[in-house]
Design a protein around this ligand. Structure first.
Ligand code: FNR
Length: 389
């Protein structure tokens, strides 16, 4: 049999008007970079300051080595699991990312539909460009969580909580790493603002300052940074988490935990899950990669609540490492945006299907046909050969 010659993409890939189908998430990102307006791509892609954590979120995965088991029957792979008691077909869920209609006109509605087709959970952002009710109704049978930013104005916050509960969201992911916005230099240079035809749709009825996420006339720099500075509550403490808890019967997840101390306080305060995140490296630069703090946090939590992780996860082997080191599930932010930019609902579906297929392959190649087989012993830290001699 003769082997096909030429680039793999040309031989095998479904060729669309947008060029050969991307074969990994990095190619999805490159496509998004070449098609999205600079304002939007800069907002989506950038980390804060020197973007040291942004690189570290990815590079830390590359320093972990996998130790495959041999001669295990891997003819049946099962990657389904539950998060907070709800079934998902894979442990790859969708993190909240704001303003998705900058990537595709269908925005969050497309993401919700793709999530449902994939049998996974979508977390909708407080700062979505479609209203939270419309996002829910785009795929009403799909599992959805709502990400909550706590506004200084508690009436605004309470209304968001009530609306999310009424719509059918199962959990609130309260973001605790954003008392103010991190310094994202791309946004400062681009004078980032939400394009005028879009709004922060959850606040549309309020109009004005809550719904625009933009700057006032003549103001320079990132409009979103000014928005957060004027409206989001910097005084947030555990008492406010307790206040949120009292307002709703939805499950409570604390998103933005990076330390053992933060995880233990979360457990003490009775949250349902801890979500390890450095906000996609967009807040405090030079925090560690999330994968670096996962083992110590899992050890400290000791099974008292579920632990999730996000940050730089783009490959099936990244997911494998997170689950092996104790995460219940992983969440992805930018890969969804790159999928959206490529092809709306179908683009998100394909980008996340690619990650699912990579995880499937990695589970087979590592001799771990179920998620329960993924144990810490599968992973070891890259070492220098000289230290072993
Ligand atoms: C985010 N993230 C975020 N988090 C949150 O709690 N509320 C939000 O509205 C947003 N918005 C947002 C926009 C964009 C463009 C990005 C890239 C990220 C953070 C997000 O939920 C998640 O923590 C990271 O995106 C995970 O890292 P990766 O997968 O993007 O590397």
């Amino acid at each position: 049999m003769s082997l096909p010659v030429g680039p793999v993409n040309e031989q095998y890939a479904l060729v669309t008007g947008a060029g050969p189908e991307p074969v990994n998430i990095a190619e999805y990102e490159r496509y998004a970079q070449s098609t999205l307006p600079r304002n939007a791509f800069g907002y989506y892609a950038s980390g804060s300051n020197d973007m040291i954590t942004l690189r570290e979120n990815r590079e830390a995965f590359g320093r972990l080595r996998l130790m495959p088991k041999i001669l295990v029957d891997v003819s049946n792979v099962n990657m389904s699991t539950t998060i907070l008691g709800e079934k998902v077909n894979m442990p790859i869920c969708i993190a909240p990312t704001a303003m998705q209609r900058m990537a595709h006109d269908d925005g969050e509605l497309a993401t919700a539909r793709a999530a449902y087709r994939l049998g996974t959970c979508m977390t909708a952002s407080s700062w979505s460009t479609c209203a939270l009710e419309d996002i829910f109704e785009a795929a009403p049978k799909g599992l959805k969580w709502f990400q909550l930013y706590v506004y200084k104005d508690r009436a605004v916050t309470l209304e968001l909580i009530r609306r999310a509960e009424r719509a059918g969201y199962k959990a609130l992911a309260i973001t605790v790493d954003t008392p103010i916005l991190g310094r994202r230099e791309a946004d400062i240079k681009n004078g980032f603002a939400l394009p005028t035809h879009l709004t922060m749709a959850n606040f549309a009825s309020k109009g004005g300052e809550h719904s625009q996420g933009t700057k006032s006339a003549g103001e320079k720099g990132s409009g979103l940074a000014s928005y957060v500075a004027s409206l989001i509550d910097r005084k947030l403490t555990w008492q406010d988490i307790a206040w949120v808890r009292k307002q709703t019967s939805m499950k409570i997840v604390v998103k933005g935990v990076m330390t053992v101390e933060g995880a233990l306080a979360s457990v003490r305060n009775g949250v349902d899950a801890v979500w390890i995140s450095n906000h996609g490296a967009r807040q405090l630069d030079t925090t560690p990669a999330t994968i670096e703090v996962l083992p110590e946090i899992v050890r400290a939590v000791a099974g008292r609540c579920e632990v999730y992780i996000d940050g730089g996860i783009t490959r099936g082997t990244d997911v494998l490492k997170c689950i092996a080191l104790g995460a219940r599930a992983v969440f992805v932010g930018r890969p969804v945006l790159w999928g959206l930019a490529r092809g709306g609902e179908d683009g998100v579906y394909k980008a996340l299907s690619l990650m699912r297929e990579e995880l499937f392959l990695a589970m087979q190649l590592s001799g771990c046909p179920t998620l329960a087989d993924l144990k810490p012993s599968l992973v070891r830290t890259a070492f220098s050969l000289s230290s072993r001699l």
